[in-house]
Every structure is written in structure tokens, then in C-alpha cells.
Design a protein around this ligand. Structure first.
Ligand SMILES: [Zn+2]
Length: 159
């Protein structure tokens, strides 16, 4: 299902180009290496079906780390992918990398909000890619809108 408009700002061609976003940021795979985690690195996803029964699937990490979803706009100065999404990803990398490597730290409320925003962003991208098995349920189309200043999905239209 090719995405015709950006899932965050809802702009489409010719205003923007739809670009690919990694499901999981490349920096995660760079930090959590086979040397650190061992040769059996894997990705597990547990999803509840319509019947409420949870099932889990496991993939090699390399498979998941390579997945890119063409669902967000980019290629322009105000594109989501290279704009607020890239800035948010960079901020979270700085916050999480030391913790992922085992260094404890205290996160300020602002830092917690930054990480939560990033997690929501990644969940929304996931939602569009793995629709039948989604873990977190968001309203489907028409998408969400966001503000360029915060990157936070602010409102959702129903239906
Ligand atoms: Zn956009």
C-alpha cells in the first residue's frame, strides 16, 4: 500500500516527496551490536489479535533494522523526515545511547517527554507498515496532523 501523503503532516505531491523512514533508527543497530548482545540478536513482536489472543513472532535483527517505510515527507527544507523527525531522532540518540550501554542516568521531565514523543513517532510509522499485526492501535485514515514546532501529533480527526 503506497502512502500518498505524509502520515504526520498530510502533505502530498507536488508539495512534498514521500521518503523512506527506518522502522528502527540506524543508530539503534549501531549501538546494540552482535558484539554487545551476542550472535543471537533478534527482534520479537507480540500482538493481540481481534480475539484478544496474543501471539509472538521473532525475526533476525538485521531484517528489522533494514526495513524502511515510505510514509513520511522529505526532500524539502520543511520536510518531516529531515526536519523535526531527524532532530527528534538525534536528541533521543544522545539520551538513550549511554543508557543502552548500561550507564544509569536521571532523565528530566523534558527528556522523558522527548523520548515519549520519539516512541510515539516510531509507533505511528510502525502502525502504517505492519497494519495487520499492530501492537498499538491508532485511528486509521485520514491521518494525523502535527506542528512543525514540536513535532507532537496534536490532533486527530475521526473517521
Ligand atoms: Zn510530513
Amino acid at each position: 500500500m503506497p502512502q500518498q501523503a505524509c502520515i504526520f503532516c498530510e502533505r502530498a505531491k507536488p508539495l512534498v516527496t514521500i521518503t523512506r523512514e527506518h522502522l528502527f533508527s540506524r543508530w539503534i543497530d549501531r549501538i546494540l551490536t552482535p558484539e554487545l548482545l551476542g550472535p543471537d540478536r533478534s527482534f520479537e513482536r507480540t500482538a493481540a489479535g481481534a480475539d484478544g489472543v496474543a501471539t509472538s513472532k521473532t525475526w533476525p535483527t538485521e531484517v528489522i533494522a533494514a526495513i524502511e517505510a515510505p510514509v513520511v515527507c522529505g526532500g524539502s527544507a520543511d520536510g518531516c523526515n529531515g526536519g523535526w523527525m531527524g532532530r527528534l531522532d538525534g536528541q533521543v540518540e544522545q539520551l538513550l545511547e549511554p543508557m543502552m550501554l548500561g550507564k544509569p542516568r536521571i532523565l528530566s521531565p523534558e527528556e522523558q517527554l522527548t523520548i515519549a514523543t520519539w516512541a510515539a513517532m516510531k509507533s505511528m510509522v510502525l502502525d502504517y507498515v505492519w497494519e495487520p499485526e499492530q501492537v498499538i492501535v491508532f485511528p486509521r485514515k485520514p491521518g494525523r496532523s502535527c506542528t512543525a514546532s514540536s513535532g507532537l501529533p496534536r490532533t486527530r480527526r475521526s473517521g
